[in-house]
Ligand binder design. Structure first.
Ligand code: UGA
Length: 431
């Protein structure tokens, strides 16, 4: 059992901290936000993540986790995980100032033997620069890299049984990280142990590869619509080939979230800066940006002058309240600028969506409420609740009886049975 610290209680820091506590470590989480510290100390989760609150309560009950605003409290730890945000700047490059500040502040407090582990997603090459910065200041601490591969909505399960754990660093740091993750390694989880830069690149290259896969299948969906093929069956047929794999082959309104758009841009910028051609990645980014416009055009052409829409979904995917870089939000903004008036319903992300203050996009209290006065229904996030929609009831409310399902959550046959015209993506059996 180790005493470890997580700096930042955002998505990465909170999940990591709570889950490190769940495998037996003593954890201290640091954040500058007093409200968060108060809430978390009381066992209240500050993000929506399945099962996390239960693990948080257990950790508090077993005295395995503490929350604090003071770096003084991390004096005697053996590893500090930097989990602060790296938001994209106006040039698309990740802003590393929070990472740098927290590394310097931690280095001032912790013992020379304690390692500093970068968990935040940083541009490949950052750890080396941070190490040089510390050395210049006379600090002896070792910088290590341990990128996270948790998905929002399934982060707890992803922590417990990851496909792999990636560490980068010198021999000493790798040993410390090995000990921290020992409970998972003993259960057979594979590790990749390498230098810091390769570790950083594994993270970016993995997210970018998945993004490329998504843009590819989304373009295949466009082709399916033109030639009368079915993208669902296409994905199935491709995905059964083990070399391709079935995951991340579900076509949709485009990829989003706080990671893929940012990480793809960062890798593209890094390649450009180093004179390396990244045309595959650039095409995937461009294709995804164009996809939002394409989705808006599709909705516009189906609805014509019927401008009142029930929008189901604001989160960037199901299982999260996160609306950052959400395809739903991007499409909503385009619809509004095209003169549509929208009523938005999302089971958990509505509060975050309303903070964006988008004109002509008002909140609905329920799925049914969103449909009242609507000409058509547009599904933008794949919440299970939307799959269970009471079509008979909704059919009496919506004037046009049109469903545009960009996430394929409703069965076309069911919709048609209730008199709806059903439109989705990657199929020609619309209407
Ligand atoms: C992603 C990675 O999957 C995680 O491994 C990584 O740790 C995380 O980024 C990160 O860098 O922190 P996440 O952003 O939670 O996780 O979301 P994903 O589940 O990967 O979905 C990303 C986007 O792709 C969403 O908009 C989703 O709707 C879309 N998607 C995903 C599809 O359209 N189709 C699919 O088949 C899969």
């Amino acid at each position: 059992m180790k005493k470890i610290a997580c700096i930042g209680t955002g998505y990465v820091g909170l999940v990591s901290g709570v889950m490190f506590a769940s495998i037996g470590h003593n954890v201290i989480c640091i954040d500058t936000d007093p409200t968060k510290i108060k809430q978390l100390s009381a066992g209240e989760c500050t993000i929506y993540e399945k099962d996390l609150e239960k693990y948080l309560s257990d950790a508090i009950l077993n005295d395995r986790i503490e929350f604090s605003m003071s770096y003084e409290d991390i004096k005697d730890i053996s590893a500090v995980f930097i989990c602060v945000g790296t938001p994209p700047g106006p040039d698309g490059k990740a802003n590393l100032s929070y990472v740098i500040d927290s590394v310097l502040e931690a280095a001032n407090i912790i013992s020379d033997q304690a390692i500093i582990v970068i968990k935040s997603t940083v541009t490949p090459g950052t750890c080396k620069k941070l190490q040089a910065m510390l050395e210049e200041k006379g600090c002896k601490h070792k910088i290590a890299s341990n990128p996270e591969f948790l998905r929002e909505g399934s982060a707890v399960a992803d922590f417990q049984s990851p496909d792999r754990i990636v560490f980068g660093g010198d021999e000493f740091s790798l040993n410390v990280l090995h000990e921290i993750y020992k409970p998972l390694i003993d259960e057979g989880v594979k590790t990749v142990e390498t230098d810091v830069t390769t570790s950083e690149l594994i993270k970016h290259a993995s997210n970018s590869f998945l993004a490329v896969k998504l843009s590819y299948i989304n373009e295949m969906a466009n082709l399916c619509e033109k030639i009368g093929a079915d993208v669902e069956t296409l994905s199935l047929g491709m995905g059964l080939d083990k070399r391709i794999g079935s995951q991340f082959l579900k076509s949709g309104p485009g990829f989003g979230g706080s990671c893929f758009p940012k990480d793809t841009l960062a890798l593209s910028n890094l390649s450009r800066d180093l004179g390396v051609n990244a045309s595959v990645l650039d095409a995937a980014i461009d294709s995804n940006l164009k996809r939002y416009e394409l989705m808006k055009d599709k909705i516009s052409s189906i609805c014509a002058d019927n401008k009142n829409l029930a929008i189901l979904g604001a989160a960037f995917k199901a299982g999260t309240d996160d609306v950052r870089e959400s395809p739903a939000v991007n499409i909503i903004e385009l619809l509004v600028s095209d003169g549509f008036k929208l009523k938005i319903y999302d089971p958990v992300a509505l509060e975050n969506f309303m903070k964006l203050n988008i004109k002509h996009a008002s909140p609905a209290t329920s799925l049914v409420d969103a449909c009242i006065g609507a000409d058509a229904i547009v599904i933008l996030t794949e919440w299970e609740e939307f799959a269970k929609i009471d079509l008979a009831k909704i059919a009496e409310i919506v004037s046009l009886k049109v469903i545009i399902d960009l996430r394929k959550v409703i069965k076309a046959e069911e919709a048609k049975k209730h008199g709806f015209k059903y439109y989705t993506i990657g199929q020609t059996n619309d209407a």
